[in-house]
Design a protein around this ligand. Structure first.
Ligand SMILES: C[S@@+](CC[C@H](N)C(=O)[O-])C[C@H]1O[C@@H](n2cnc3c(N)ncnc32)[C@H](O)[C@@H]1O
Length: 286
């Protein structure tokens, strides 16, 4: 099928989502598009390009189709252990003036396992859950993923990484899986999020709407962007954190590959970074 139109679709994805389909990822893009083209009973990428340009709703369908949504509960357990044992207690011990709300952004939350793991970790870590207001904003480009995340139902096979006792404490079992309980769901607000909008230096609207965060999880997302977009994303996430806030990245996303102003959290045996005092965006400036 025509390479010219495949190039055009790849450029459209890059410009609208920052997803990069060069090298071996182009093969993935090709095969996923071929499935959609067959479904629509078209035969060429040119047919699909025409369809994409004349049907607004197809963009969301395309995002669902081309994103890689692999995830699991408590993926990279070491990060969650450090988060619950060391980071949440730091917020609890803060002087009363700064205390009150912990705002967490989970950017690229896929089908919800990650934000629900964050919520369960916070609930486990707080002796008195009502002592802090918790707000976890979880966003993803894929509307299909967000729908699943909001439903909060997971088949038995997807529950295997939950720490011992968590299924009984935080989920409601059914025949073939379990629903996340209300007290966990209540902590998470799912939103449609396109990191491309946050990274646009000329439009700060999307960033302003979300506000600033104490903690950002952005794991296994930037690997799908080009290296220049990864650099921009690191800078954007830095701006979106309060000073003293923490960034969690994926195993394949160490920040030493970029120019950045974070410091690695030294006593953590995993990728966690802290925004230092260097910038003026103090936590108290909410
Ligand atoms: C491999 S999953 C990672 C899920 C989770 N963060 C984890 O580590 O388990 C990557 C997710 O990033 C989302 N994503 C990709 N590009 C995005 C963008 N431009 N804006 C927001 N989310 C995006 C995808 O839809 C997908 O659900």
């Amino acid at each position: 099928m025509g390479e010219y139109y495949l190039d055009k679709i790849a450029a459209y994805l890059r410009d609208n989502s920052r997803l990069s389909f060069t090298g071996h990822k182009r093969t993935t893009l090709r095969s996923r598009l071929e499935t959609r083209i067959a479904e629509l009973k078209f035969s060429t990428f040119a047919d699909y390009w025409g369809y994409l340009n004349s049907h607004d709703s197809e963009t969301a369908r395309l995002f669902d189709l081309v994103t890689t949504n692999e995830t699991s509960f408590f993926r990279n357990r070491a990060q969650f252990s450090f988060f619950g044992e060391h980071i949440i207690p730091r917020f609890v011990q803060m002087p009363a003036v700064d205390k009150g709300t912990i705002r967490v952004l989970c950017a690229g939350c896929s089908t919800g396992e990650e934000p629900y793991s964050i919520a369960m970790t916070i609930l486990e870590s707080l002796c008195v859950p009502d002592s802090m207001k918790i707000e976890i904003v979880a966003g993803d480009l894929s509307r299909g993923c967000l729908k699943e995340a909001e439903a909060g139902f997971y088949e038995t096979g997807r529950l295997k990484n939950l720490p011992k006792g968590y299924i009984d404490s935080y989920l409601e079992k059914t025949g073939d899986g379990a629903f996340v309980r209300k007290e966990v769901k209540e902590l998470v607000r799912f939103v449609h999020l396109n990191l491309n909008d946050l990274m646009n230096p000329h439009s700060t609207d999307s960033r302003d709407q979300l506000g600033r965060f104490d903690i950002i999880f952005c794991r296994n997302v930037m690997i799908y962007f080009s290296s220049s977009c990864q650099q921009m994303l690191v800078e954007t996430l830095h701006q979106m954190l309060f000073t003293g806030g923490y960034l969690f990245t994926g195993d394949a996303e160490p920040l030493h590959l970029f120019r950045h102003e974070f410091i690695p959290v030294e006593d953590a045996d995993c990728l966690i970074y802290q925004k230092t005092e260097m910038s003026a965006n103090a936590r108290t400036s909410r």
